[in-house]
Each structure stands twice: as structure tokens, then as C-alpha cells.
Write a new protein. Structure first.
Length: 355
């Protein structure tokens, strides 16, 4: 069986690993000269989004034999709106290193591969691969292929302006800033690399590059972060958010971000990428229906994404009320420190209400 995987990001690597485990060596094509994002970064895997599976790092290990080393545990989240702050403590998820360094999740996954050839510097064409291989798994992390296949449903452009700042940080704590004056219905986030470095980013929705850059300065000023020294700042090309209406077209399977498997509230998609990559490999090799296999992941992403429709209507008073409510005794406990699958449950209800 000849399998080509297009893109050696977390999804493509997970797919290749599972192919090997099931006895098939895939050809993995990567346009870059090595694995990992060009800009070093820290992803956040919030535990509140993974109540359905329990501890996500344990789950990936037990269920999918992916034994990954996070950068660290998130034990505190600070939520800030213009006039309110909530500080939440608990087992709140993981920080994950991204990029080309040895400890990045991409490098960790690459080390699991024993026999698979990664063809670097190959900006492969999916149509050509689909003629030459039995199966092609598209894991390019962008919407070019799904759009070309006519299966992409667009839900807007996200721009990210951010960089690595030097300062004095709590390496177990992330801060989420919610303020429509600079973020609109997006948000800003401070995620620590270490006690001295943090990734600080503003996620805007539907703004152009010029505006996003300007709003990033407003954000730094409003939140008292102008004293931080940035090692670098970046404004990468925008990302399309949305979903696919088909996960498979002929012998082409879509997985990870190329399949829209990134929730549209905060942009979390790492675990869904890994899982969908594995499911694509299993479906092909075990002759199973990929669309059915990936349904749970898609529903999970859709449930969380339903919160976006609500957030889009929020003004700063609503954010203040939301955070004040989180500070009410008992509420924080219910949302963050119980095992109730709060986000999926509420999301499922919202999905029906906003249909
Ligand atoms: C700025 C940003 C912040 C994020 N933060 C978080 C977070 O905090 N938590 C979280 O869980 N998720 C986060 N995500 C989402 C998460 O990073 C993605 O869901 C995840 O990277 C998806 O993995 P992927 O392998 O599908 O795509 P990618 O990681 O983008 O990998 C795609 C790979 O395909 C390669 N490629 C593309 N086109 C071709 C081609 N034609 N030929 C060959 N190779 C090709 C690329 O070079 C790349 O290596 C964030 C995403 C972004 C962009």
C-alpha cells in the first residue's frame, strides 16, 4: 500500500508514526528543510477543553501510545477584562514547545519515526501525489487543498501579532486578556516559555495587517506591558478559520488544521491534529471509514466553536460580568476544578440554540 503524507507538522508526523506501527512506511513530504514552525512558540492545551478525555497528555499516551513531554504544567490562569480580574488555580493544562528546537513537539514526534523517509524541501502537489499513491493524507496546516477540493467552509481570517518578550514571569501561569477595544472578539495571551521569557500574542479576527499591528501597541499600552523588551515580534500571514464539509475526497484524506480541526474560540488544535493524523492512518490501513472515525473529534471542535457566536456579541461590560461571575464563590470551582465536561456540554447546547 502506497501512502503519501503532505506536511510534516504534528498531524502528518502522528499519521506517519501510526502508519509505521501498523506496518506501512509512508512517504512524508515537507516543504521546509526540517520539522517545526520557523518561529519558536509555546502552545497551550487547556484542560477545560479536554474533559471528555481526561488529562490530555495521559490520554495521548494511553490511547495512542504518544508519550509526549510538555514544557510544563499550567497551574494558574489569570483572566483579565477591562475592569475585572480572575485568578484560577488548579491542574489547568499543559504548555507545549513548538518550533525547530530539540524539545519541540514536532522534534519529539519525529524521534518516534524509525523507517519513514521525510522528503524535506518538497513543496509537493497533492494532485500529482493522488495519481501516484494509493492514498494521500493532506496535513499541510492550511486551507489551500480543502479550498481547491471545494470542501472548505470559511469562517473568517485570524491575524496574530506577537513575539517573545523578556521579563519576570511565572512559568506555570498564563494570562488571557479580553478587551474589545484592541482584540474585538479575539483575545490576547501571555504564555510563558520560562521565568524570563514569554510569548505574547494578540489574535484579531477580520482585521487587516496594519490594524492588527496598531492594536498590538494599544494592547501593550492598556495592559501595562510596554516596559517589556521583545527579542522579536512577528506578524505572520493570516489564518483562515473554518471547517470542511468532507474529510475525504476520493483517495485524499484531510487531517489536522487542513481539515479545520482547530476550535474557533481560542484556536486550540494540537491534540486534534495528532488524533486525526492517527485516525487517518488507521482508517486507510484497517479499511475503515475515516469520516466516521473522525466524527468525535469534529463534534468536539464544533461544540467548543459554538461559544464563538456568543463571544462575537460581547462588549466589554459583558466580559466584565463574565469574569465577575467566575469570581463568585463556587462558580470557579464548577467550571475549572471539577470533572464536569462543562465546555462540551454548554457548547452542544449553544450549537443547537444558534443553528
Ligand atoms: C499562531 C498559532 C498559535 C496556536 N496556538 C495553539 C495553542 O496554544 N494550542 C493548540 O492546541 N493549538 C494551537 N494552534 C493550533 C495548532 O498549532 C494547530 O492545530 C496544529 O499545528 C495543527 O498541526 P498541523 O500538523 O495540522 O499543521 P501545522 O503544524 O501547520 O503543520 C503543517 C506542515 O505542513 C507543511 N506544508 C504545508 N504545505 C505543504 C506542502 N504543499 N508540501 C509539503 N509540506 C507542506 C508545513 O511546512 C508544516 O510543517 C495555534 C496555531 C497557530 C497558527
Amino acid at each position: 500500500m502506497k501512502i503519501a503524507i503532505l506536511g510534516a507538522g504534528v498531524t502528518g508526523l502522528a499519521c506517519a508514526i501510526e502508519c509505521e506501527r501498523l506496518g506501512v512506511c509512508a512517504d512524508l513530504y515537507e516543504r521546509d528543510h526540517t520539522v517545526g514552525w520557523i518561529w519558536p512558540s509555546v502552545s497551550y492545551w487547556p484542560s477545560i477543553f479536554f474533559r471528555d478525555t481526561g488529562d490530555i497528555v495521559d490520554y495521548l499516551k494511553k490511547e495512542y501510545k504518544m508519550d509526549l513531554n510538555p514544557l510544563g504544567e499550567c497551574k494558574n490562569i489569570v483572566l483579565k477584562s477591562p475592569n475585572q480580574t480572575a485568578s484560577i488555580n488548579g491542574k489547568l493544562g499543559y504548555f507545549i514547545t513548538r518550533g525547530k528546537g530539540d524539545e519541540s513537539i514536532e522534534s519529539q514526534l519525529k524521534r518516534f519515526l524509525r523507517k519513514t523517509a521525510i522528503h524535506f524541501n518538497r513543496n509537493a502537489d497533492y494532485k500529482e501525489l493522488s495519481r501516484n499513491y494509493d492514498w494521500v493524507v493532506v496535513t499541510t496546516g492550511n486551507v489551500i487543498v480543502p479550498r481547491d477540493l471545494g470542501v472548505w467552509e470559511d469562517e473568517g481570517l485570524v491575524r496574530i501579532m506577537g513575539g517573545v518578550a523578556l521579563g519576570d514571569f511565572n512559568h506555570e501561569s498564563a494570562t488571557l486578556y479580553l478587551d474589545t477595544s484592541y482584540a474585538g472578539s479575539g483575545y490576547a495571551r501571555l504564555t510563558p516559555f520560562s521565568t524570563t521569557q514569554a510569548i505574547i500574542g494578540l489574535y484579531t479576527i477580520g482585521c487587516d495587517a496594519f490594524d492588527t499591528e496598531r492594536l498590538f501597541s494599544v494592547f501593550l499600552q492598556k495592559e501595562g506591558l510596554t516596559n517589556l523588551e521583545f527579542i522579536y515580534k512577528l506578524l505572520p500571514p493570516p489564518f483562515s478559520t473554518g471547517k470542511v464539509n468532507k474529510f475525504q475526497v476520493g483517495n485524499i484524506l484531510l487531517a489536522g488544521r487542513a481539515a479545520g480541526l482547530i476550535e474557533r474560540l481560542l484556536g486550540v488544535g494540537g491534540p486534534q491534529g495528532i488524533i486525526s493524523g492517527i485516525l487517518a492512518a488507521r482508517s486507510i490501513i484497517n479499511n475503515e471509514d475515516y469520516t466516521k472515525q473522525v466524527e468525535t473529534v469534529r463534534n468536539h471542535v464544533d461544540n467548543i466553536s459554538s461559544f464563538r457566536k456568543v463571544i462575537e456579541k460581547f462588549d466589554n461590560d459583558d466580559y466584565d460580568k463574565l469574569i465577575a461571575t467566575l469570581n463568585t464563590p463556587g462558580i470557579k470551582q464548577i467550571v475549572y476544578n471539577t470533572n464536569i465536561n462543562f465546555v462540551d456540554l454548554a457548547g452542544r447546547i449553544l450549537k443547537h440554540m444558534t443553528k
